[in-house]
Design a protein around this ligand. Structure first.
Ligand SMILES: Cc1cc2nc3c(=O)[nH]c(=O)nc-3n(C[C@H](O)[C@H](O)[C@H](O)COP(=O)(O)O)c2cc1C
Length: 190
């Protein structure tokens, strides 16, 4: 798979096989995020692997899934088998603002995950302070986002957007359909 294929194929997946992911693979993803582009090369992000059963159980209730679907959250037996928590080190970036850096880092991890046959869901609707407590993080580390991971147990595909409706939806066979704006719509001709 080349980078273009990974970019085009990657879709958010919210149901995962209950097959563990090797630690080495999770560390490789963090290594990819480590070398992403960072504004002023500050590199304020830190990463924590969450993959033990007790912690996975504590983290799940602090997440929200698939706002556009009536019933899109993973049930027991479908939940992520790992998360990578994306943290901001306030000793490096005192105001904790690293949204742009998170974008680059998480995207890098998602694309490498795609190459390795893993599925991901970037989670922003999370209870950050409670997650910080569960992870027993040092005060200088703030939780910014979670990347949920597992081997895919769901299909998702891009579809043409009609009438400007951005809402993703589920087909009868359980496939998720994600409307994307057309190339014509996003290119501003000068
Ligand atoms: C910043 C950000 C936060 C997100 N937060 C959530 C979330 O909390 N829960 C969820 O189910 N999906 C979340 N998503 C996934 C989006 O819903 C998904 O990327 C979008 O519907 C487009 O689908 P695609 O990733 O398959 O292209 C988030 C994505 C981004 C970029």
């Amino acid at each position: 798979m080349n980078v273009y294929e990974a970019i085009m194929q990657r879709r958010t997946i919210r149901k995962f096989k209950q097959e563990p992911i090797d630690r080495d693979i999770l560390i490789k993803l963090i290594d990819c995020a480590r070398v992403a582009a960072y504004g002023a090369n500050m590199q304020p992000l830190k990463f924590a692997v969450i993959d033990d059963a007790a912690m996975l159980k504590d983290i799940y209730p602090l997440t929200k899934w698939a706002g556009a679907l009536a019933d899109g959250a993973p049930r027991e037996g479908e939940r992520p088998v790992a998360y990578i928590a994306v943290l901001c080190d306030k000793n490096i970036r005192p105001n904790g603002a690293a949204e742009v850096e998170v974008g680059a880092a998480v995207t890098t991890m998602m694309l490498e995950a795609e190459e390795m046959g893993l599925a991901t869901c970037w989670l922003g609707a999370i209870q950050r302070d409670k997650i910080k407590q569960v992870l027993k993080l040092a005060p200088k580390l703030d939780v910014l986002y979670l990347l949920a991971l597992g081997y895919p147990m769901q299909k998702s595909r891009m579809v043409e957007m009609t009438g400007g409706d951005v809402k993703y939806y589920e087909s009868e066979d359980g496939t998720i359909n994600v409307p994307k704006r057309s190339l014509d719509e996003v290119i501003v001709t000068l």
